[in-house]
Design a protein. Sequence first.
Length: 597
Amino acid sequence: MDFFSVLALLGGLAIFLYGMNLMGDGLAKVAGGKLERILETLTSSPIRAVLLGMGVTAVIQSSSATTVMVVGFVNSGLMKLSQVVGIIMGANIGTTVTSWILSLTGIQSDNFIIRLFKPTSFSPVLALIGVVLIMFTKSQKKKDVGTIFVGFAILMYGMSAMSGAVEPLADVPEFTGMLVKFSNPLLGVVAGAVLTAIIQSSSASVGILQALCLTGMVPFSAALPIIMGQNIGTCITAILSAIGANTNAKRAAMIHLYFNLIGTILFMAVFYTVNAAVHFSFMSQAATPAGIAILHSAFNVSATLVLLPFGKALEKLACLTIRDKKEEEAADPDFMILESRFLEKPAFAVEQSRNAAKKMAEDSHKTLFTALDLLKHFSAEGKKEVEESEKKVDRYEDELGTYLVKLNQKDLSVHDSHSISIMLHCIGDFERISDHGVNIMESAQELHEKGLKFSEKALEELRVMEHAVEDIVDIAYKVYENQDVQLAREIEPLEEVIDELSKELKYRHVQRLRAGECTIEMGFILSDVTTSLERVADHCSNIGVCVTQVHADLFDTHQHLKQIKHSTDASFYHELEAIRGQYQLPPLTVEAETAQA
């Protein structure tokens, strides 16, 4: 094997790994975060956990990715430690699907039908279909399917390139001698573990082993311990992912390690004991890609069957290894869903961001409506509730905004890209609405502390404006949550009416002030409240405009509002007149607005 053969081998490996990564990304996009949501809502049933872990890994083609997601779930508090055992075991079984697919490279036959199942026969067709889907279709889903096809074709081409590069090794005595050394169980396990730890993919390392098997010089006696080691080496990804995570997340990574370590020890102890007694004849035979797939599956299935009943024991062993830290504070689960490990699966990270933004909107809503209640009945408990909700909203804006900026740098579908754009725009409006709620609370506090109160007439007028603001907030939040562009059309006319109400309330106050029926101090407080309510309506308008613009790929806000208000069918003004009728102020009469000490 000369220098150029080594280059061909490395090039084939690079193409193989890239194809696997491309195919995995395409599968993840097509899944759109649904698989991860299934894992998140997992019940405590061990059998179901194994099946789900197996199914998810078989689809995304990476047990490492599944395990890292599980570590993220545990770290964010979305999943209990007891739930991860079955998923990890199922992930180990699911990853064997790749080895079965790659085993097709070993098909040798002159029969036309059988040859069609050989990857070198159908991969070019898949590549062609994939390129057509990527280049000539507009649907993002079809483009993602095309990515899967192209990724699979590249994967198989890399496998073929590696097989061709190592083929000359069959005539190299040193290579044969090295493989004989791997027949030593300890050396084989170490070699498999190191290789897998370096490339961080058991599927890829199994693929490399299957390529070597095509030389016909790898005996089963050497392949078996290498496969065992590969299962241990794949744990490195989860272990690295757990660095900096909380105690339970580190324990989840340790469960993965202990499962593979104990499973390997038990499997090898039983296998080599029986082999010493009966001498399995296949051990001296040359391994085949299909044989590798069988050994890989046999180990993971048998290890799961044996260790699944001892899931609690694995959990306790992980707890003994990673002790509780007294100083570790319980993290807020509302913010832990913005887990950095989810960024590697952008579709699911977007879903988690939506959940966080929804919670932020709810807290913002709570801040405003609690503050409005304080205008009627002030209490220290209500004041504290407003302040706590507002702090939470501020934290959401900081952490969610940072998370979305990172997520926006990932490879996203058009739908997810739109979602991030809307969230980045709207979280600022949620935060400002919450701030105006605090301003209203401070006005209510000032009234309470100074023993002041609005007259019944002023209160009646203010209630009309409050009712309009409550309605526009409810509509805006529904527009955001449901991405309802049609409902968004109701926001602008109502916002216009609220502006009119604000001006009219201030005008009426001036009339009472001129008549000497109220005080300047009460006027300042009333102006602060109406200005805050008007600003809240403005931010609701921003939310409606943002949702509409992003879905229509528009970017000029002023032009967009101009089009709404000056449409040829005058629908805006018809809607405006209808809404004016719903929020009528009582007739203007100048009555006393007293300030009572």
